[in-house]
Write a protein that binds this ligand. Structure first.
Ligand code: SF4
Length: 109
């Protein structure tokens, strides 16, 4: 008498399992998007000539060439709501990049 092996249980994904996996994927994508810094923060199109002049006078650059000194480490820096957005500054008009720099740099205490 031949015996038949029972078929393996079909691999199924429960609704709960799908929801958990989906939430993890969305969370991972969201975190990676939020961690990405903005490409540039040098749009001065909405600034007045005086404000643009202040940026020039202070020598603002989107990318610091001063080791250990950048906007994110400056006490004048105001962080944006999301990490992929430009920040602002208490003394420099317009948007600033977290990796930017100007001559008004003041290290955080
Ligand atoms: S003062 Fe200069 S270095 Fe400091 S946050 Fe403002 S732009 Fe950046």
């Amino acid at each position: 008498m031949a015996t038949t092996k029972p078929a393996p249980p079909a691999r199924s994904l429960s609704r709960r399992s799908l929801l958990v996996r989906g939430a993890s994927l969305v969370g991972a994508l969201g975190v990676s998007a939020c961690r990405k810094a903005p490409s540039f923060c040098d749009d001065v199109s909405t600034l007045s000539p005086d404000q643009r002049n202040t940026r020039t006078t202070l020598g603002y650059e989107d990318s610091s060439d001063q080791p250990g000194k950048n906007c994110a480490k400056c006490s004048q820096y105001l962080e944006p709501p999301r990490m992929d957005q430009c920040g602002t500054c208490k003394v420099l008009p317009g948007s600033v990049h977290p990796n930017g720099y100007c001559r008004a740099f003041t290290p955080k205490a």
